[in-house]
Write a protein of this length. Structure first.
Lengths: 598, 102
């Protein structure tokens, strides 16, 4: 049964309905989106069952023929695709339910659901594409929706700027991605993922194209040095942050690397790049999250860090480990964002130091938040523990001690900043006069369901795992990672609840410089501003002036030259008959002189 | 027999007189008369050269007759125009006729 290609069509139809008749539908537009997502989920489940029954990829027909090689409308069905389909539709379903409560009373309510539907259509199209061209089209589609939804409240200047920043930053990666795809095509003559294992071609060209393809993943998955857009993307509605900027779209980069894994695996340089970039992002973002005070931005940096961890997992050769972490992360990070949204909905601020003691007032949200935190911190037996453990084991087994250490340190920092977050927000004393109350059922039910998955998704195990992979010092690493999680959470507890001074004052002051560096996010925005944005603006200004003065100057100069000549020549046309006669006579004289000379 | 040079000289003199008159006369009718002088200078040339070149068919003489006829017609048109202009501007001086300029 070939039904997979219908999956993206449902949300797309919902998008068309909502964009054209959304205003008339009112709250009904949410149900349209919900129904489409539900149908997509059912078809995804059917696809999964079909895959287990032996169905696989299929072609819908030939799209283009380039140099005698066909580019097909291919639908790729394999465990990775099915996993992504289920994540997107399942989490999407609950985030849509949540959005009904969260976006209630919004002016552009139906527009929101139209964009979300378009996003789901693009994302689902992305994961079922079997070639780079279709993937790139959907890839740009999700980028567009990300832009539209980040700047959904475009009346706010910050939101409009954040959308633009996200779009431009990811576009830099996408440009590399496009060059990489074309380079791969001109080297090997194929766009299809199924041809990736065992490609023939010059080593350095294939490595280069793999790294360029990875640039696209870097932009989309907010990896260093293109990570700067994700924290600003938190200007969008929180449900969007949960779906797009935590669970699905940002994971598209990881998905891309996983999808092209044979290409990366064949070229150690490319794989090394993935791992190193992942490690830098994981550690750097985790350290920034330590000192941030905005509940959503902490989670955003955490997302960058966790995506970095996935990249690291893939980079050390752990295809199953990276994708497994992608899956578990999708659940618990979506959950955490939805919790954050629920908290923001209740207290109307994003500053964690204005919250506090919310556990008593918001029991469901609080419990869900704690579960999400435990999952992210990697406390057994929650989901994050299992997937993070796999990454650590893979890094250890494949002899990458430095990357292993980085991953472990990231885990420690993760546990600490998540501990800080919940201890400040949920426990501790009340810090401001807000009358927090529990959110409506449309918001709490998704929290409960996602909590179950955040707690239990780890037991499913990686869908891509091969038998007998789990060997070696697994128990030792499990113990170590558990220890690290508890150490991080415990330190946070001691500092933020018991208010103990763990470090002497002199050490703290000496760390002040580092703290300032972290608060300013390693000055990434400032450096980019000076190195890229300012010169670019200057170039624009220069081009503008060149255009205004030189190009327009030439055009205007020609015009005014003709005008001035005309002014002088006009005097000849005096209107006096005598002058004409004189000129006539002079002309005659000249002709005569000329004739005589000859 | 009067040599050709005399005819050509008188014709050139008449021509220059006509040009001078046309350029200096303020009165439109004077200009018209001057133009007739120019045409007649041409006629003298035509007849003189016809005789000088010994053309038996008398083409030059016939041509000068045509010129006279056409000059008469042209003068009529010119006079008509002068009357029309006079009715508009109540003037016969050329410097008053500059409607084309503005």
């Amino acid at each position: 049964m070939h039904i997979t290609h219908y999956i993206p069509l449902f949300p797309f139809v919902a998008f068309l309905i909502n964009i054209f008749w959304g205003r008339r539908l009112g709250i009904g537009s949410a149900y349209v989106a919900l129904a489409a997502c539900g149908a997509a989920f059912i078809f995804s489940v059917k696809t999964m069952l079909g895959l287990q029954a032996g169905d696989g990829s299929y072609n819908l027909g030939t799209w283009l023929v380039i140099n005698g090689r066909a580019l097909d409308f291919g639908i790729l069905v394999d465990p990775l695709t099915v996993m992504m389909l289920l994540i997107v539709t399942f989490i999407g379903l609950f985030i849509l339910i949540y959005s009904i409560g969260y976006m209630h009373g919004e002016d552009r309510f139906s527009r929101y659901f139209a964009y979300i539907s378009l996003f789901m259509a693009s994302m689902l199209g992305l994961v079922i594409s079997d070639n780079f061209v279709m993937l790139l089209i959907c890839w740009e589609g999700v980028g567009l929706c990300s832009y539209l939804l980040i700047s959904f409240w475009h009346e706010k200047a910050a939101a409009a700027r954040a959308g633009l920043k996200a779009f431009v930053t990811t576009r830099i990666g996408d440009t590399g991605f496009l060059i990489g795809i074309l380079l791969l095509f001109f080297t090997t003559g194929t766009f299809h993922f199924t041809d990736l294992p065992g490609l023939n071609g010059p080593e350095w060209l294939l490595t280069l194209s793999a790294i360029l393809i990875f640039t696209g993943a870097m932009g989309k998955s907010a990896q260093f040095p293109l990570h700067v857009w994700l924290p600003d993307a938190m200007e969008g509605p929180t449900a969007v942050s949960a779906l797009i900027h935590a669970a699905t779209m940002v994971a598209a980069g990881v998905y891309l690397v996983a999808r092209c894994f044979p290409l990366f695996a064949a070229h150690p340089m490319a794989l090394q790049t993935v791992a190193v970039i992942g490690a830098i992002s994981a550690l750097g973002a985790a350290s920034i999250a330590l000192v941030n005070n905005d509940i959503k931005r902490i989670l955003a940096y955490s997302t960058i860090s966790q995506l970095g961890l996935m990249m690291l997992g893939l980079g050390v050769g752990g295809l199953s480990a990276g994708t497994f972490h992608l899956m578990t992360h999708a659940f618990f990070k979506a959950l955490l964002f939805l919790c954050a949204g629920s908290v923001i909905h209740a207290v109307h601020t994003q500053d964690i130091w204005k919250m506090g003691g919310l556990m008593k007032k918001m029991k469901v949200t609080g419990m869900a938040f704690v579960i999400g935190t435990l999952a992210l911190a990697g406390v057994p037996p929650f989901a994050g523990f299992w997937s993070k453990d796999e990454i650590l084991v893979t890094a250890w087994n494949n002899h990458h001690p430095v990357l292993f250490a980085v991953a472990l340190l990231t885990s420690l920092l993760t546990a600490f900043y998540m501990g800080r977050l919940i201890f400040v927000v949920l426990f501790g004393e009340k810090r401001s006069d807000t009358h927090a109350h529990e959110s409506p059922a449309t918001m709490t039910v998704p929290l409960i369901v996602l909590s179950l998955f955040a707690a239990g998704a780890g037991f499913i195990g990686s869908p891509l795992k091969e038998a007998g992979e789990h060997a070696g010092p697994a128990l030792f690493i499990m113990g170590l990672s558990t220890l690290v999680s508890f150490a991080g959470l415990g330190t946070a507890y001691l500092i933020y609840i018991r208010r103990l001074e763990l470090l002497p004052a002199s050490v703290l002051t000496s760390l002040n410089g580092f703290r300032t560096l972290l608060i300013n996010k390693y000055y990434c925005d400032e450096i980019y501003n000076v190195v890229f944005v300012k010169p670019c603006l200057r170039l624009c200004q220069g081009s503008f002036e060149f255009d205004a003065k030189v190009v327009d100057g030439v055009v205007n100069g020609v015009g005014s030259f003709v005008q001035q000549c005309a002014c002088m020549l006009r005097k000849v046309q005096s209107g006096f008959v005598h002058n004409y006669l004189i000129l006539q006579a002079l002309g005659l004289l000249m002709i005569i002189v000329w004739l005589i000379k000859i | 027999m009067i040599p050709l040079g005399f005819y050509v000289a008188i014709s050139a003199f008449l021509f220059c007189l006509g040009i001078f008159g046309a350029m200096t006369r303020r009165n439109v009718i004077g200009v018209l008369i001057s133009i007739e002088l120019i045409l007649n200078a041409a006629n003298i040339n035509l007849v003189a050269f016809n005789k000088y070149l010994g053309d038996k068919t008398g083409l030059g003489e016939i041509f000068s007759l045509f010129v006279i006829a056409i000059a008469a017609a042209a003068s009529v048109v010119g006079l008509v125009l002068i009357i029309a202009i006079y009715r508009n501007s109540k003037s016969l001086f050329t410097e008053d006729f500059h409607l084309m300029k503005e």
